[in-house]
Design a binder for this molecule. Structure first.
Ligand SMILES: Cc1cc2nc3c(=O)[nH]c(=O)nc-3n(C[C@H](O)[C@H](O)[C@H](O)COP(=O)(O)OP(=O)(O)OC[C@H]3O[C@@H](n4cnc5c(N)ncnc54)[C@H](O)[C@@H]3O)c2cc1C
Length: 394
């Protein structure tokens, strides 16, 4: 470790110790900018302090609300925060998806206008990509944006809009030229959700939650100034944003916050429910699955570190898809092992005879089915990987 990094680590450690309030440590809510969600005092204080330091987006330039940290410094901040259980001060699609996209494709004026707002968590962002006929075949999208001088008028529908009812803004892929081939004639725009023409309706899921919405656009207005990248070239901009999204799912995001949730260890759960013989979990099948998971987790963590260290500021295309596929497999396997270890206690459904954790296990298992779907399904990621590895045409 270089001397400069050691000094930086010492300073970071003591600053965090003094400035991270107790209520911002351990599991809890992480703000994502929504103005519709009120924050606990410690969460707000932590956000304010980290905004002032530029550490909600540590690697962004200082002029746009970051701290201009190098990759090794960024990793030090993450590690020191994890060491004391400090929650990320800010997360979400603002700092992690659209933020780096504006940094890469925005005009100087757009960067000045938007980046400090993302960095402060001023407004919660939703993602408007999927439509009823455009999921994996995203380029089939139809939401129409018609040029009306200084603005576009939007009509159409998006679906699976996560956090739709709490969103303040939504970045949307829209069709600006319906006469061009489908990958052309698409643009990326930033839409204010608090206008009469935008409506988000919750979709009820089998898990009982409604994490996402159907969002309709009826004569919604977007200022021309809020089109990111060139008109009709939104496909490349939109694909790049997806790489930023997948870098979050793959744990190699170096823009905003890496969110690592603290959970009870699986081996503790297995010990509690299955029991031990000597010092070993009694069931050899579970022992085998746990060991594999632990080894996979460890090598996955090392690969994440290597990918972060090897890439420049930009996010790697191929690695994000590989990490997304493998990360999704491990997440699903972890949920299955947890349920397996709990036996019948892991199949509860809002039943007072079961603990809260037992009641959560089934829902968690159902929720984790989504990880190989959102951000592009595993099959689509494998297509991307195959195209790059085999050098096939797009
Ligand atoms: C929890 C969750 C949150 C989401 N949040 C958002 C959001 O905020 N905003 C947003 O825009 N979208 C969101 N989505 C939507 C998500 O991006 C889409 O569900 C995803 O892209 C797949 O599209 P689809 O559901 O239409 O499936 P389909 O495209 O209909 O696919 C169905 C199946 O066919 C397979 N398949 C399709 N095409 C191919 C192919 N060419 N080769 C091989 N297999 C193929 C798929 O892998 C899949 O298994 C979310 C989804 C989930 C589950």
């Amino acid at each position: 470790m270089s001397k400069a990094i050691k000094t930086f680590r010492d300073e970071t450690r003591s600053w965090l110790k003094e400035n991270c309030p107790p209520g911002a440590r351990g599991p809890g809510f992480i703000p994502w900018g929504s103005r519709k969600i009120e924050l606990e005092p410690d969460t707000q204080l932590w956000l304010d302090r980290m905004v002032a330091k530029g550490w909600t987006v540590p690697s962004w330039p200082a002029e746009y609300g970051g701290a201009g940290l190098s990759k090794p410094e960024y990793l030090v901040v993450q590690e020191e925060m994890q060491r004391i259980g400090a929650r990320p001060p800010l997360t979400g699609r603002g700092v992690n998806y659209i933020g780096p996209t504006v940094l890469e494709f925005g005009t100087d004026h757009q960067k000045e206008k938007w980046l400090p707002r993302f960095a402060r968590g001023d407004g919660g962002w939703c993602m408007g990509y999927s439509e009823p006929d455009a999921g994996s075949d995203l380029a089939n999208l139809k939401l129409k944006a018609v040029d009306e001088g200084d603005h576009y008028r939007l009509n159409g529908m998006k679906t699976w809009t996560s956090d739709g009812i709490y969103g303040d803004w939504i970045f949307c892929l829209v069709r600006t030229d319906p006469d061009k081939p489908k990958h052309e004639g698409i643009s990326l725009v930033l839409v204010d959700m608090d206008q009469p023409g935008v409506r988000a309706r919750p979709i009820q899921l089998v898990s009982g939650n409604s994490p996402f919405c159907e969002t309709s656009f009826e004569d919604a207005i977007v200022a021309k100034d809020d089109l990111i990248g060139e008109i009709n070239h939104g496909w490349s901009v939109g694909k790049r944003l997806l790489q930023y999204e997948r870098s979050v799912h793959g744990g190699v995001n170096t823009s905003g916050a890496q969110v690592k949730e603290e959970t009870q260890s699986l081996s503790d759960i297995a010990r509690q429910y299955i029991g031990v013989q000597g010092n070993r979990i009694s069931d050899p099948a579970i022992r085998d699955r746990l060991l594999r998971l632990e080894m996979n987790d460890h090598s996955y963590g090392l690969t994440q570190r290597r990918v972060i260290a090897e890439t420049d500021a930009s996010t790697p295309a191929l690695a994000t898809s590989i990490l997304k596929v493998k990360g999704a497999e491990f997440t699903k396997e972890r949920a299955e092992v947890e349920q397996h270890a709990m036996g019948m206690r892991g199949f509860a459904w809002e039943d007072d005879n079961f603990t809260q954790q037992e009641n959560e296990t089934n829902k968690n298992w159902l929720t984790t089915r989504a990880v190989s779907i959102y951000g592009g399904t595993s099959e689509i990621q494998k297509n991307i990987i195959a195209k790059r590895v085999l050098g096939l045409p797009d």
